[in-house]
Design a protein around this ligand. Structure first.
Ligand code: GLN
Length: 198
């Protein structure tokens, strides 16, 4: 590839600006993606946090859902954070009736898994493939309940008496329950973009 990779940020809702700033810091050309023609012009896509039920509706009404599923099936690198994790996964536990992810990574994801009391919290995590701890901001975050055989679990957090996956990768798709962009941390973005950066 010549020049900087063109990296899209799904810009239907959510914390688009923070992701754009992190990607800019990595030297990517950042493209807000609201329409299928914009999706067609990017090499990779970041799906931000927000509200997964709303984002699912907006993906359908914008005409992006079908083309996005096709690009992901074709191996486009993607990073999904928080609601973006729900969108890239498959089964949604505690979703709206009929809510399903795009199936780009074989995980069942539980929405709002940390309940009310600690609906939002911060933790320092060790993430496989990332040097040093990551400061992770969880906001009404999901966790992975079930992961298929092809899924690598890169980080977990304790929930009740179990360690639950909060960062996973399958092929070129990386998902995280938390918001690395809110800490200005680009290391998961770099991990997801590694196939483009060589
Ligand atoms: N709870 C939200 C949802 O289910 C996700 C929250 C977030 O992205 N910060 O979509």
């Amino acid at each position: 590839m010549s020049g900087a990779p063109r990296v899209g940020v799904l810009a239907l809702q959510g914390d688009v600006r923070e992701h754009a700033a992190v990607l800019d810091g990595l030297g990517a050309e950042v493209v807000p993606v609201r329409r299928p023609d914009q999706l067609a012009a990017v090499d990779a896509l970041v799906l931000p946090g927000g509200e997964s039920t709303t984002l699912t509706l907006l993906l359908a009404s914008s005409g992006l859902a079908g083309p996005l599923a096709e690009r992901l099936a074709g191996g486009m690198p993607a990073l999904g954070t928080c609601a973006g994790m729900i969108l890239l996964g498959g089964e949604v536990v505690d979703g709206r009736p009929g809510q399903r992810g795009l199936g780009a990574i074989d995980v069942a994801v539980r929405r709002n898994a940390f309940g009310r009391q600690i609906a939002s919290f911060e933790a320092d995590l060790q993430v496989t493939g990332v040097d040093g701890p990551m400061h992770a901001v969880f906001i009404r975050a999901p966790v992975v309940e079930k992961a298929g055989d092809l899924v690598e679990v890169l980080a977990t957090v304790r929930l009740g008496d179990e360690d639950r996956p909060v960062v996973c990768r399958q092929g070129n798709v990386v998902v995280a329950s938390f918001h690395p962009e809110l800490s200005g941390d680009g290391r998961l973005h770099a991990l997801a973009l590694a196939p483009l950066l060589g």
